[in-house]
Structure formats: C-alpha cells, structure tokens
Write a protein that binds this ligand. Sequence first.
Ligand code: FES
Ligand code: FES
Length: 189
Amino acid sequence: MTEFSSSSEQYRTPISLTVDGERHEITVDNRTTLLDALRDRLAVTSVEKGCGHGQCGSCTVLEDGRRVTTCLSLAVAHDGAEVTTARGLAEGGLHPVQSAFVEYDALQCGYCTPGQVCSAVGMLDELSRGTPSVVTEELTEAPEPTDEELRERLSGNLCRCGAYRGILDAVRSVATANRDKDTSRENLR
Ligand code: FES
Ligand code: FES
C-alpha cells in the first residue's frame, strides 16, 4: 500500500527561469502560476495582474517570442524558459512598439500597457511569419496589417481606460513599417 505523506515538500518543485536576461533558481509550490512566480517570488513588476483568470491580457509576457498569458499557466510548466517582459524589451533603448506607444499617446493610466506591448510584439512576429487569424480571408497570401486584423489579433488585451484608438494607431504604424521592410527585401531578391 502506498503511504501518503503529509509533507508539503512533495508538492514543491525547483525550477529555473531566465527573466529579461537574468537567470533565477527558485522552488515553487506546484500550484503557483507563472504570474505569481514572476511578481511575488522574483519581484518582477513589469508584468501586471489584472483579472487573474485569462480575460484581460495584462499579464502577457513573451516566451521564446511567443505570447504567454501568465495567470493561466503554471510556473512548473516553464522550467528553463526564457521570459521577456516589457522591461526586457526596453533594454538598450525602447523597442519600436514602445516608441510608437509614446508617439501615439497609446496609454492613460498605463496599467495594461506592459501586456499590450508584449502582446503587440508577439502578434507582429506572427503577422510577419504569415500566421493567419480568424478574420484572414486569403489564406494563400501573407496577411495584411489591416485594422480588422490588428483588432482581432489584439482582442485578448483589454484597456479599462479605453485607449484603443492610440493603441491601434501605434501598432498599425509598426506593422506597416515592418510590412514595407519585408516588401523591399522581397524586391531585392
Ligand atoms: S491577469 Fe492574466 S489575463 Fe488578466
Ligand atoms: S491605459 Fe489604463 S487600462 Fe489601459
């Protein structure tokens, strides 16, 4: 018969996380979300907790360039991961998406902004790779950064201040510049 141990140690797991280039070794309760590990254990405040259950997108970070909703994911599932937050994107100067947010006045209180920025960066990469969305009509060609595409692809990030117009303008400006760069590279081939 298997003996049940009441020791809580069996529910704790050592993990390593590299956050914005800095490696951390921590032991977490298996139920700890990636969001709580980042904020409460590692004091990373460039990721925000909004709803805590996957509805607002304020906790979005990038893992290997892909968007992750950290409140919905357990930290133990990210052992060895390289996580980038809005702070990491600004290392060595603002990321073009961050500069565009400043230029287009795409924030008010700023609470949703780290998540919006990470989400936009991940989304623009998806767009450059030609990943279709639910509103993409022509699946045999690279999707264009239309407002409909951008709105759909950013629909997981809510802004209680309603700064959506500025956010869309900012992201559109970077998306259009990326598309034009890609087109001129194509023309040089
Ligand atoms: S805090 Fe994660 S989606 Fe709202
Ligand atoms: S700027 Fe305040 S919630 Fe988005």
